[in-house]
Ligand binder design. Sequence first.
Ligand code: FES
Ligand code: FES
Length: 164
Amino acid sequence: MTVDGTDYTDDVEPRTLLVHHLREALGLTGTNVGCDTSNCGACTVHVDGQSVKSCTMLAIQADGREVLTIQGLADTWDGEGSLHPLQQAFHEAHALQCGYCTPGMIMASLDLLAENPDPSDDEVRHGLEGNLCRCTGYQNIVKAVRAAAVQIRQGSTKSQEVPA
Ligand code: FES
Ligand code: FES
């Protein structure tokens, strides 16, 4: 599989979950495990451009596919090492406290904004209802996603590619 633009070839046990493969075999610990039961969304990554809770998918199901994690997100923006607008907006809007949910929130938000580039507060809340923040920082998360939406719309002409 390709993860964050790097090709990996590994033997994996059929029972290994994608999130465990990313964290333990590839050392990509930016993707978190909050529940292991598909409730919290902390493990959200993109597979072939679609957000997926990586604890609900086996590593072997990602065979030959392109995985994007929070650790590769910045590289998809301007190619110059800048944070992705979602990362920047979460930082500026104080949309994190402990930060445990943040990688999953951002990866789910990326999907949300690809489908709806100008969401209302309610649409952000609805789009992120599969992601839990145990610090309950939801108000600022909504603000951050909407701020990032503006940045992405304005910057999409200068960016290499707005990720799907
Ligand atoms: S760890 Fe995957 S949804 Fe909670
Ligand atoms: S910031 Fe702590 S779980 Fe969301």
